[in-house]
Design a protein around this ligand. Structure first.
Ligand code: ARG
Length: 461
């Protein structure tokens, strides 16, 4: 069984369907650069433990470096007979340095501690790339918010007219969850920075190898405390899959608003040509496909998380081959987000906002009713009463077919004596927005501060 990592106790090689089922090189090959780096660290530890002579170490490191170069250039690729990335690379090493030296590398390690380590290394790098992509979307939101410091728009709850808000406030409301996702990714990294290398198959190594040295060599903060846990646990992968799914869900909420805003019925925005698509039959169409694919892929990311959790559920400790199913969903979540974020950032950065229409719609649906009630409260009226009075204003205005600012003085005082003409100071959208000036509110002065903080946070990452 040429190129296999086992076989001594087998008289026969695997059946073809067995080998096909077992095989993972088509997806785990992305771990190859990490595998070679870890092998270099392992070789040094073997040498330090007296299990590899000086010359053999030199030969081994040289062979591994040539192998790394050949992997990077695409000169060395897995063969049909290679079960996984680990087997393929051992074959590649033996091709380069011969079986005598090449056959020494595997001492004191198992694919179980190897794969758990390499997956962590890959994921720690991948998550950094995803975080950068999310921050690019944040930057695009920040740039749009900064370009529209005063623009107002209808704020909605239940997708119904609620209260006017600043466009910048609404845009930044999408930046905050993304910043928290980036923070979650960083937090994930703290727990992922523990190295399983040296755990062997499950029980640890008997060869006097130093797991701490390898951990440090590979950029981990520490070596694992429990070799069973280190080879059996994949909560690090599930945690990453969750944050990636959460980011997908957060992006989908932004996407959904873009989709709705770009309809002629809303007419809030126009998408740039470069970030939209046409229809093969309807010549007038301009579709928000970036946003729709974002919405769609969020479902896929959730599926990757739930699939992985289902794979992990009730697996006995330590390693089971079920665990080979851990990588594809996570690889996929990373790949999808790496495709999504540049497109989303480009789409957001090039959105054209129709600020006149947004301003015109901002007071629609009696969205200043709360301002009347709160103005009355400031005049000493109880909120229960104020709420009733503002409701009566809406009723009268609706009957007469005018907005709240169309009520005449006589109508106001007839509704309630406290409703003097001075209430008109809050019956404008700009007055309403400016009055919400506590921290976190939509007043321009607060939103400007918020913008500065968001910008600051995204630069600090
Ligand atoms: N390719 C496997 C994985 O991804 C590692 C191999 C471990 N195989 C084994 N029989 N212990 O998990």
């Amino acid at each position: 069984n040429e190129g296999s990592l086992w076989g001594g106790r087998f008289a026969d090689g695997p059946a073809a369907a067995m080998a096909a089922l077992s095989k993972s090189t088509h997806f785990d090959w992305v771990l190859a650069p990490y595998d070679v780096r870890a092998s270099q660290a392992h070789a040094r530890v073997l040498h330090r433990a007296g299990l590899l002579g000086d010359d053999d170490l030199t030969t081994m490191l040289d062979g591994l470096q040539r192998l790394a170069d050949d992997v990077a250039s695409g000169h060395f690729v897995p063969a049909e007979s290679d079960e996984d990335v680990h087997g393929a690379l051992e074959r590649g090493l033996i091709d380069r340095v011969g079986p005598e030296v090449g056959g020494r590398l595997r001492a004191g390690r198992s694919r179980n501690d190897q794969v758990a380590t390499l997956f962590r290394m890959w994921l720690r790098d991948a998550v950094r790339r995803v975080a950068t992509g999310l921050l690019d979307v944040v930057d695009a939101l920040v740039a749009q918010a900064a370009a529209h410091p005063e623009a107002v728009m209808p704020g909605k709850t239940h997708l119904q007219a609620a209260q006017p808000v600043l466009l910048a406030h609404q845009l930044l409301a999408h930046a905050h969850p993304l910043l928290r996702d980036v923070e979650r990714l960083r937090d994930f990294d703290r727990r992922a920075a523990v190295s399983p290398y040296g755990s062997g198959a499950l029980a640890g190594s008997s060869l006097g190898l130093d797991p701490d040295a390898i951990a440090a060599d590979l950029g981990f903060d520490a070596a694992a405390d429990n070799s069973i846990d280190a080879t059996a646990s994949r909560d690090f992968a599930a945690e990453a899959a969750f944050v990636l799914a959460m980011a997908g869900v957060d992006l989908s909420r932004l996407a959904e608003e873009v989709i709705v805003w770009s309809t002629p019925e809303f007419g809030y925005i126009t998408l740039a040509d470069a970030w939209s698509t046409g229809s093969s039959i309807m010549p007038q169409k301009k579709n928000p496909d970036v946003a729709e694919l974002t919405r769609g892929k969020a479902g896929r990311l959730i599926g990757n998380l739930t699939g992985l959790l289902a794979t992990l559920k009730a697996q006995p400790l330590a390693y089971n081959r079920d665990l080979q199913e851990d990588k594809e969903p996570v690889f996929d979540s990373v790949a999808q987000l790496e495709m999504l974020t540049p497109a989303l950032a480009g789409m957001v950065a090039t959105l054209e906002f129709h600020t006149d229409r947004l301003a015109e719609l901002a007071p629609a649906g009696f969205s200043l009713a709360t301002d009347i009630a709160e103005w009355l409260v400031r005049q000493g009226v109880a909120f229960r009463v104020a709420h009733e009075v503002a409701g009566a204003c809406v009723r009268v205005a609706e009957e007469r077919g005018v907005g709240l600012d169309g009520l005449v003085d006589a109508e106001l005082t007839a509704i309630h004596p406290a409703l003097t003409p001075a209430v008109r100071e809050v019956l404008t959208v700009t007055g309403s927005v400016a009055s919400r000036d506590a921290r976190g509110g939509t007043a321009p002065v607060r939103v400007a501060e918020q913008l500065a903080r968001v910008r600051d946070t995204s630069r600090r990452f």
